[in-house]
Design a protein around this ligand. Structure first.
Ligand code: ZN
Length: 671
């Protein structure tokens, strides 16, 4: 599971950090996007061997970039390569308004790893015409264009409608339950397969007696060949093999400088999985990975399933990181008390875990982001996703603190709280505790929330289907919200006072009911799982607490504000909803899950939405942010690596073009 940024336009906090002044945090801005840099503090304090390990893993992290483009949509690589060919070769007027629109579109495609918005999943609308596009293409050498389609005409026939026809491939992931989720989604995890066909294909593989099932379908495209459903597996020698071989090449180098034997075996098992495509080997790798507590760590593979409306297929991603030893003391405290939290959770006793296993929680410093973690980046991760591995071996949970601190630094004094937070006392609490409370929320969500609870006997865990991701995020958030206001937080020294919790409460419900709508276009409903979860929680508590006015929608000077009148009662409501969501997950009650999500987490109040968008527009902020990576360069002395240098000067366009030039290994068409 990944956790994305909670607040639309992360609030500026007065948290004192020891960042060097003069560092340029924000390096680009277009449309609803800002591109930031992150720093890698303490990289220089690592050993040479650790730096070398990070270097090899960071190269592997970039090698799978094309895979994600192709997974997201079948013509993404063709479109990206065509746009890049134009960008690099067009010698006509580059200062025109139309060319500026063209460049903006290309920047958006890079940011989203395709032509659909990374968060809303809606296809981008280009700000230039098809006629202009044709002019650009006609003005560049034909040999600079992708050749896989056979001719320029065939290439254009494929990509032009994809770019310009608004009704074609309109949504990458459609979660609207009234339609066939596969045929209405543009993602490329299935080809010519309907939802019922895919569901029965995977249902037939499930053996109810198997208590350690593999993650069916995780690493393949499901296609129909001569009328028969078959999986095209992503592996060396199989689909995406050319990119996978490069990843394996760097992993082999990484294995030679692993921190210890356990980590070496972990990396070698990942290599074996990439070679065979065998999901049992992937599980073996995941078990080893959970048990690897080395300082340098990484994610690399087909991991998260948010890009598949049915939740089977893993998008390729990578995150290379190392432990932030000082901040990890905080999560170590939480982990050490995991059983206490589980035992006191406000859920039905039979759904509590009798024995919480191996909650390994740490705060990390991201060193490299790749695939589905790049450029938009999660701020926390809890893996593996396999329910039985979590049950038997626990999970690893991380908070990525150099990413959250980059958000904080980049949004200092942006006026967001002044506009949307009514009471001075709330603003003061957010200023004082906002950053600490955010990090603590993420820790609780990732370290404990996702790992808590257990299923009833006979329940597999995939019964909630397209509502599964939203309800799982809700469960983890509710666990975090309930406990962040527990006196235990102060007792353990994690919060100086419960004022920190009240800062988080005020911000959470304001975001869920109101300010996260800045990320939604007028007329649209909420689609993304984390956003649905936040609205579900806030809207349910608003309704349930209405008689006692726990949460109030107050209008002053024509502006709507969300005000929490009773924090303690709100905590009780969070606990009640946690109990309800846990019951739904533990019993696999699809109908109840559907009712909860559709009833509270989807529909947007158009009047409030319009107001929020108008107020937000006056602040001129970008609701989404992502990152460029630092550049790592080996220092060679006599052919030996004697150091790895890290620099933070590469620009957004330069990095994207370099990755496309040096790390592009797949054909334009991947069948
Ligand atoms: Zn989560």
């Amino acid at each position: 599971m990944a956790i994305t940024l909670c607040a639309a336009g992360f609030q500026a906090c007065e948290q004192t950090t020891t960042q060097p002044t003069g560092f340029e945090w924000q390096i680009d801005r277009f449309d609803d996007i800002k591109v930031l840099r992150y720093q890698v503090p303490d990289f220089d304090s690592l050993s040479l061997r650790q730096k070398e390990l990070i270097y090899y893993l960071s190269q592997a992290a970039v090698c799978g970039r094309d895979i994600l483009y192709d997974q997201n949509f079948k013509y993404n690589l063709a479109i990206r390569r065509t746009l890049e060919a134009i960008y690099l070769n067009y010698k006509g007027d580059r200062s025109s308004a139309e060319f500026a629109e063209f460049e903006k579109y290309l920047k958006k495609v890079w940011f989203a790893n395709g032509i659909h918005h990374h968060y809303s999943m809606d296809k981008f609308t280009p700000g230039f015409s098809a006629a202009y596009f044709n002019t650009l293409i006609g003005a560049i050498p034909a040999e600079s264009l992708p050749t896989d389609f056979g001719s320029r005409e065939a290439l254009l026939a494929a990509i032009e409608p994809a770019i310009f026809n608004p009704t074609l491939y309109a949504k990458r992931v459609n979660l609207d339950a009234d339609s066939d989720l596969l045929t209405t989604s543009a993602m490329h995890y299935y080809e010519g397969v309907t939802q019922p066909e895919a569901e029965s294909f995977y249902a037939a593989q499930v053996d109810p007696r198997d208590s350690t099932p593999v993650s069916y379908g995780l690493n393949s495209r499901l296609v129909k060949e001569n009328g028969v459903l078959t999986e095209r597996v992503w592996k060396s020698g199989g689909m995406y093999g050319a990119a996978i071989d490069r990843i394996v090449g760097w992993l082999e180098k990484a294995a030679t400088v692993a921190e210890n034997d356990h980590q070496r075996e972990t990396i070698e098992t990942l290599i074996a999985y990439y070679r065979s495509g065998d999901l049992h080997t992937f599980d073996k790798y995941s078990v080893l990975w959970v048990g690897d507590d080395s300082q340098v760590d990484f994610v690399n593979g087909f991991i998260e399933v948010y890009g598949d409306p049915l939740g089977y297929k893993g998008s390729w991603e990578s995150l290379v990181n190392f432990k932030n030893l000082e901040a990890t003391k905080r999560t170590a405290t939480i982990s050490a008390n995991a059983q206490w939290f589980e035992d006191h959770s406000p859920i039905e006793p039979q759904f509590r875990k009798p024995e919480v296993k191996g909650v390994s929680a740490k705060v990390i410093t991201a060193a490299m982001l790749g695939g589905d973690c790049f450029p938009p980046t999660p701020i926390g991760i809890n893996l593996p996703n396999s329910d039985w591995i979590r049950r038997d071996y626990g999970s690893k949970s991380v908070t990525i603190e150099n990413i959250t601190s980059a958000y904080t630094e980049a949004s200092r004094g942006d006026g967001f709280n002044d506009e949307f937070v009514l009471r001075a006392e709330d603003r003061r609490r957010m200023d004082e505790y906002g950053s600490l409370a955010d990090n603590l929320h993420t820790d609780l969500h990732e370290c404990l929330g996702h790992g808590s609870g257990q299923l009833a006997p006979g329940v597999r865990g995939d019964e909630l289907r397209n509502y599964g991701s939203t309800l799982e995020e809700a469960r983890a958030d509710l666990f975090a919200l309930y406990y962040i206001a527990d006196p235990k937080m102060v007792e353990l020294g994690l919060l100086p006072s419960l004022d920190g919790a009240w800062a988080e409460y005020a911000k959470y419900v304001m975001n869920g009911l109101m300010t996260q709508l800045t990320r939604i276009q007028p007329g649209k409903n909420i689609e993304e799982a984390h956003m649905r979860n936040r609205m579900l929680i806030a809207a349910w508590c608003y309704e349930q607490g209405r008689a006692e006015n726990v949460i109030e929608k107050r209008v002053e000077n024509g502006k709507t504000y969300i005000v929490v009148n009773d924090f303690e009662k709100l905590r009780t409501l969070f606990g009640r909803l946690l109990n309800l969501v846990q019951h739904i997950k533990s019993t696999g009650d699809f109908a109840a899950g559907q009712a909860l999500v559709e009833g509270y987490g989807v529909k947007v109040d158009p009047a409030l939405h319009a107001e929020v968008l108008e107020r937000y527009a006056t602040l001129n902020l970008a609701p989404y942010a992502g990152f460029v990576n630092p550049v790592y360069e080996p220092v060679l002395t006599g052919g030996q690596i004697t150091d790895i240098k890290v620099t933070y000067t590469e620009g957004y366009i330069d990095q994207m073009l370099r990755y496309s030039r040096d790390f592009s290994f797949l054909p334009t068409v991947n069948e």
